[in-house]
Ligand binder design. Structure first.
Ligand SMILES: Cc1cc2nc3c(=O)[nH]c(=O)nc-3n(C[C@H](O)[C@H](O)[C@H](O)COP(=O)(O)OP(=O)(O)OC[C@H]3O[C@@H](n4cnc5c(N)ncnc54)[C@H](O)[C@@H]3O)c2cc1C
Length: 541
């Protein structure tokens, strides 16, 4: 490339923005530039297919593509990005489990770090809800739903059964609607295997803050989707917010509590902590760029995708729109960004990004959907098929396209698998209880140790005629070694309270480690006393 003085382009993030930018840069510049992509995982997650992973119609491995396979010729570094030093033009990363910092120099930097899910504004929600961001999130939801069916099929307690069979999705945007449609499909297709569960015992609830679902779609398509989902038995709580979540379920802003074992939060997009920590201007948590993707106030730094605030017109115009956080936008942005970075290297003028959305589509599960493609509105099977064809065409490699198409084809002709592969959940965790919640029942294994963080619990042992109140910094349940306390204790939350729950297997490990430490101390102690008894060889006598 003639006139190129700075040739090392470093891309941060292996999502839609980063991966498609790398692909475009490589296709346009070939070996004239060195391209390095740094990302946390060695694969690219195709997020629009996550709902289908949650519903079990797609295998988790088929919703991801290995970066090295998709980007031959691009240096892929799997690392956690910790810091960017814009004045030294370096990125600081850590690799694997190590704390060792590696410094990666750049000439041109492209930031495509996406967003995170932050549920911390709703008490209890981040500890209790499943999110939909990564492929393992979706796979966990699928397994959890199947586990609820397994447990509900066995239990003889009607209250527990009803909780196990209540599924709540919070958020009526594309993700919430698609995931609820898929989860309902999974449950519907699996019920024939569970003799003790009747279909009228299943309760699926969608909670949406606004007056309607899918607000991005024209009204009549949104109404069609609402009607379809309602006819399939999905309850819709519109104009409803969630005040808190606890071990029992969710509490709405109308004061109702929905007892549910499964809560899926399709809300809470927020800037990543790394983006927030950068010394650059942010608007609503997104990096401020001009229409050519140049980060304001910095040379040789560009941003695109969900982490960038990209104007679709002149920034001074009060009516200017900004690029929405969508994959179809990130892919288009990547193309123009690659042209602009290369033009900049040649000393040419970069061009402004312009893109009119091709339309919007949503799959509602059960082979139905809604679509608005270039102003043409489609509903039902054809919209669903258009959705699938569109995303199939966007998949990054032929191999992935074939695998996903095979998954879909098989789903049409054979039964969906109900194999419940346990994806481990953090064993020890915070749990929130609401006043009156039963925490430990007499005669039932408590499963671990409960350390009270806030609030209070009532402990009763009717047989011994004893009762006490347990406040912060006290604990109940099992002891460190995993031994159960009294099996006659009944514990209920006196008020809304939070505990840190240490699971039995962790307690056993803790006991083992503390025994080893004691042993070690003993050895050191005896070594010290041995040393005291003997004169030091080198000390003057
Ligand atoms: C469930 C779901 C369904 C969706 N469905 C659709 C849809 O149907 N249609 C549509 O157009 N859009 C859809 N979207 C939105 C679309 O996926 C996003 O707009 C798109 O992924 C944005 O791309 P990005 O590159 O900006 O961010 P991402 O794709 O999120 O990529 C960010 C990358 O940065 C990496 N990263 C972040 N921080 C670090 C760090 N510190 N160190 C190392 N790596 C890091 C991440 O691992 C990731 O690889 C959906 C999103 C979700 C979550």
């Amino acid at each position: 490339m003639q006139g190129t003085t700075s040739r090392r382009i470093v891309i941060l993030g292996g999502g839609f923005g980063g991966v498609f930018a790398a692909k475009q840069l490589q296709a346009r510049a070939g070996s004239d530039v060195d391209i390095e992509l740094i990302s946390r995982n060695n694969f690219f997650v195709f997020q629009p297919l996550l709902s289908e992973v949650a519903g079990g119609s797609i295998q988790p491995a088929d919703a991801v593509s290995p970066l090295r396979l998709f980007l031959p010729g691009v240096r892929v570094r799997v690392a956690e990005i910790r810091k960017v030093d814009f004045s030294a033009k370096t990125v600081h990363v850590t690799v694997g489990r190590g704390d060792e910092i590696t410094t990666v120099p750049y000439d041109q930097l492209v930031i495509a770090l996406g967003q995170i899910v932050d549920l911390s504004r709703t008490p209890g929600l981040s500890d209790r809800a499943f999110v939909m961001k990564d492929v393992m999130d979706a796979f966990r939801i699928r397994n959890h739903v199947l586990q609820c069916l397994e447990d509900a099929d066995e239990t003889t307690d009607p209250v527990r059964k009803s909780r196990l069979l209540t599924f709540v999705v919070i958020g009526g945007g594309f993700t919430g609607v698609e995931v609820i449609g898929e989860v309902q499909d999974l449950i519907g297709k699996s019920l024939k295997y569970y003799r003790n569960i009747r279909s009228d015992e299943i309760r699926i609830v969608l909670i949406q803050h606004g007056p309607g679902i899918l607000p991005e779609l024209p009204d009549h398509l949104a109404e069609y989707a609402t009607d379809k989902l309602r006819r399939r038995g999905i309850e819709m709580l519109l104009n409803t917010g969630v005040n808190s979540a606890s071990v029992s379920g969710v509490e709405t802003d109308g004061g109702d509590t929905i007892d549910a074992e499964t809560i899926i939060a399709a809300i809470g997009n927020a800037p990543s902590p790394l983006v927030r920590s950068l010394p650059i201007e942010l608007d609503r948590g997104k990096i401020v760029v001009d229409r050519c993707f140049r980060v304001q106030g910095l040379d040789d730094v560009w941003a695109l995708g969900d982490n960038a605030h990209i104007p679709l017109g002149e920034p001074g115009d009060p009516k200017v729109a900004y690029a929405p956080p969508l994959a179809q936008f990130a892919v288009r942005e990547a193309k123009v960004l690659a042209q602009n970075v290369l033009a900049h290297l040649k000393g040419d003028t970069p061009k402004a990004f312009e893109y009119r959305s091709m339309g919007t589509m949503a799959s509602l599960g059960a082979r139905t959907g809604v679509a608005d493609i270039l102003g043409v509105k489609i509903t039902g099977f054809f919209a669903w098929a258009a959705w699938r064809l569109f995303y199939l065409s966007l998949l990054p490699s032929v191999a992935t396209r074939i695998r996903v198409a095979m998954d879909w084809l098989l789903d049409l002709v054979v039964s969906r698998s109900i194999a419940e592969i346990r994806a481990t959940q953090a064993a020890s965790r915070y749990i929130r209880f609401l006043a009156g919640d039963l925490v430990i029942e007499p005669g039932v294994d408590p499963g671990g140790l409960y350390v009270v963080i806030s609030g209070a619990f009532d402990s009763e042992m009717p047989e011994a005629d004893q009762s006490r109140t347990l406040g912060p910094n006290t604990c109940f349940g099992m002891a460190i070694g995993g031994e159960a306390g009294s099996d006659q204790e009944r514990i209920t939350a006196r008020e809304d309270s939070t505990v840190y729950f240490v699971e039995k297997s962790d307690l056993e490990r803790l006991a083992m480690v503390s025994a080893l430490i004691k042993q070690g101390d003993g050895t050191k102690e005896s070594a010290r006393s041995d040393a005291k008894g003997k004169p030091d060889r080198d000390s003057p006598s």
